[in-house]
Ligand binder design. Sequence first.
Ligand code: C2E
Ligand code: MG
Ligand code: MG
Length: 499
Amino acid sequence: MIQAVRDEQGRLNVLKSYAILDTPRETDFDQLVRLAAQICEAPVAAITFVDERRQWFKAVTGLDMAGTDRAIAFCAHAIAGTGLFEVPDAYEDPRFAHNPLVTGTTGIRFYAGMPLVSPDGFALGTIAVIDRVPRTLTEAQTAALSTLARQVMVALEYRRLARLFDSAVTDYQHAHGDPYPVHACPSDQASHTGRRGRCDADVSWSKNGSVLPVHYLALYQARAAGQNSLRFVDLDMQTAIATRAALEADMRLGLERGEFLLHYQPQVDARGDPTGAEALVRWRHPRRGLVSPAEFIPLAEETGLILPLGQWVLESACTHLASWGARPGTAGLTMAVNVSARQFRHPDFVRQVLAVLERTGADPRRLKLELTEGLLIDNVEETVARMIALKAQGVGFSLDDFGTGYSSLAYLKRLPLDQLKIDQSFVRDVLAGGNDATIARTIITLGKSLGLAVIAEGVETEAQRDFLAQHQCDAFQGYLFSRPLAADLIDAFMGARTR
Ligand code: C2E
Ligand code: MG
Ligand code: MG
């Protein structure tokens, strides 16, 4: 019996995001397996990845095989955990005694596999060593294998970054209508052509003695493209990418160190009385001060960090909501929480939300999840099923930034929403005499005809509020009423207004 992997679908999705399967052999990985074999004094070593049906070898030494069926793979067992999986003697182990890799010519007696764990905690495969005699690894060998596993993951992360880089390049070319193939280039060796650098890419470099991730990337890409290929880069873009990589590493640390916090922005009804608040995440960076989510949420989405971050946001917001629930003056208030696409699509999402509600004791009927249009368009069946599962427990849904996406009436009708949130871009210019007033009015009418409440966000002036209220908008949020407030200040705000 192979132990089931927790959230196998999530694991497979993450594995796919690295785009490593069925790629050609590469020296970097070959060297790592040779090192593993040497250090562990084993005749066979491999870097494997496990997909739905097979284990595939990215690199292997001492064995002439490209992979095996998943059903007989030792690695399929190893990926159920995140630590070393060791089989000292396969003959003596009922799970493997009849395995063809043990009884056949491969003749495995000993196996030790260290899982390759992604930043979001999924074991994608292993770096494994195999012997044909029974034995174990020493403590030092285990530690070395663990280091090598981390090295494999670092290499995978660089590849992923390389793809991000590529898409940044494509975006850049698109925006600038640039006919040149843009690639990476060291800033200190570039001969400048206007704002742009130009160089032969297959060189190694360092700037002030330090090598930025983008340099590895450039080198990696240059090698992949073969020699003598000219590469160009926009120097600003290079800096941007280095900054991104640093930001990602910083965010990971920030999460560990508890640097994130929530601010709460009041939502009010037509009379101006508070009905609840929206939780908005902030990052108190040790050097940069308070960082806006606009800067880090998109990156968190790309890297998967949104999963632990989103979980933390939900937990904190629900804890706050539960504290409101315990006091008569604030017991009726609702809490809106933003949910990103990647979070919502996570197979465990519904269970996680319910577990948080249970743990914190918050009233599900007072929790409102804010989804965005882009998130809803993919796989409507699945989306509706998830929403219904949560609605059955009382959780409400609001459609954030409404009007900026691709909503069609057809699917809007199918979604069990409670509220539409008019995007602030329409609210801003509602009195400017352009289309925005018509759009805002249409959204309100649309909401009403679907039986939904309508809230306007980004309301900054009395005039905007009056216009919207006149057209039957139910609820408002914006600087006119209050900016997002720290936890103690929102309690003071609510306490003062609800007594
Ligand atoms: P959003 O959900 O549409 O949030 C509204 C944004 O408008 C907030 O920006 C808020 O501070 C700002 N805002 C509120 N009133 C006014 C106003 O009167 N005028 C103007 N100009 N702006 C106003 P913030 O806090 O910077 O958040 C930006 C976005 O980041 C949010 O947009 C949301 O999409 C995302 N975000 C924030 N917190 C989270 C979170 O915990 N999880 C996820 N997935 N996304 C979050
Ligand atoms: Mg929102
Ligand atoms: Mg919004």
